[in-house]
Design a protein around this ligand. Structure first.
Ligand code: SF4
Ligand code: FES
Length: 358
């Protein structure tokens, strides 16, 4: 069956970033600056994405503001007719650059925070002063009249401050708060024992979100999904492999998922020799886990197969060594017990982070 066109493109403009978050979704083997696509190459990607049917572009990284041509790239994305979202840590944002980005057509900013408490936030980012810069960036975005989403990545070391993170989103004037539990592949897998939340923390957080959603209806939208390690069924990761989204890495690899390079043995087309259209409609890497035909038992014939699309391929690979295995987040997976074992290991862990470094 011919797939629908993608809705959005994640453009990972660079892996460079002043922060070193231990749960970064970038691959453990980061791309150096010399490998990055040029301004003209990215502009071509944006035009191809719009022609393919994408409506939105997420300018991401690494830290997209680390690209000196970020204003030109934003203008190119906007000129291609894409709704343009900047996913940023905020630490490189200042008033003149934000004004230039707005002028270039930027419509939405997604600002990440590491915690609600500055000392803890700076420790997690491994960058002194980062949190204060983020508060200043949020004020600039609000004053510029741009839509703001606050992205709070949560884990054992900050989840108890979820009420304060909600207060922070309100104080910043955000219209949306993404409470994003860490996904465990790449850097986060290397730091899993330091990051996995306990069941008690998770239950308290879920209750906090339920109360806040009721109290803040119409003021703040809160996105929140129960994390896989405490779930009995997986989420529809990426909305299903090759169904809704595609990503382009700093070096031009065209990916069905931003973490797909963590799966050993898969070969991904590169925008330098393959069009987005050819990748979306024909590349083996996109076809491999599309739909339900590839699914093993017990997914084959399962009533949830076309809702969760078998869960997450990157997680299946990270936890079983087989990207085609049933996601261990599913209680029907023969590997489901590895999640409980990881939670047990985390409960006894008091070591430190392995920080992301280029
Ligand atoms: Fe989803 Fe497969 Fe589990 Fe069914 S068996 S709920 S399709 S992961
Ligand atoms: Fe890659 Fe889920 S993170 S498929």
């Amino acid at each position: 069956m011919t797939p629908e066109p993608p809705l959005a493109l994640l453009a990972e403009l660079t892996h460079r970033c002043p922060l070193q978050c231990p749960y970064c979704s970038n691959p453990v083997a980061l791309a150096g600056p010399g490998e990055e696509l040029t301004t003209a190459e990215w502009a071509g990607v944006f035009q191809q994405a719009a022609a393919l049917g994408c409506l939105q572009i997420h300018l991401s990284g690494g830290e997209p503001m680390a690209r000196r041509d970020i204003v030109d790239l934003t203008a190119a994305a906007s000129a291609a007719g894409l709704y343009t979202n900047l996913i940023t840590s905020g630490v490189l944002l200042d008033a003149p650059r934000l004004a230039a980005l707005r002028q270039a057509g930027l419509e939405h900013v997604q600002l990440s925070v590491q915690d609600a408490e500055a000392g803890s936030a700076d420790r997690i980012a491994n960058l002194p002063g980062a949190h204060a810069k983020k508060l200043a960036a949020a004020a600039l975005v609000r004053d510029a009249g741009l839509a703001l989403t606050l992205n709070a990545v949560v884990h054992r070391q900050n989840l108890d401050r979820l009420p304060e993170l909600i207060e922070l989103a309100l104080a910043m004037g955000a219209g949306r708060l993404e409470v994003a539990h860490v996904q465990y592949y790449g850097w986060a897998l290397a730091n899993r024992a330091a990051l996995l939340p306990t069941r008690a923390q998770l239950d308290a957080a879920t209750a906090t979100v339920t109360r806040a959603r009721a109290a803040l209806s119409g003021r703040l939208v809160i996105d929140y999904v129960v994390p896989d390690y405490h779930a009995s069924r997986p989420k529809a990761c990426m909305g299903g492999w090759g169904r809704r989204f595609l990503a382009v890495s700093p070096g031009g690899r065209i990916l069905p998922c931003h973490a797909a390079e963590s799966i050993d043995g898969m070969v991904f087309p590169n925008i330098r020799d393959t069009s987005l259209h050819a990748a979306w409609y024909g590349a083996e890497a996109f076809e491999r886990f599309r739909g339900t035909d590839w699914m093993p038992s017990p997914c084959q014939g399962c009533e949830h197969a076309e809702r969760d699309w078998g869960g997450c391929r990157c997680q299946a690979f990270a936890l079983t060594g087989d990207a085609a295995a049933t996601d261990p987040a599913c209680r029907l997976s023969p590997h489901h017990a590895v999640l409980a074992a990881a939670l047990e290991e985390a409960a006894g862990f008091d070591g430190s982070f392995r920080f992301r470094r280029l």
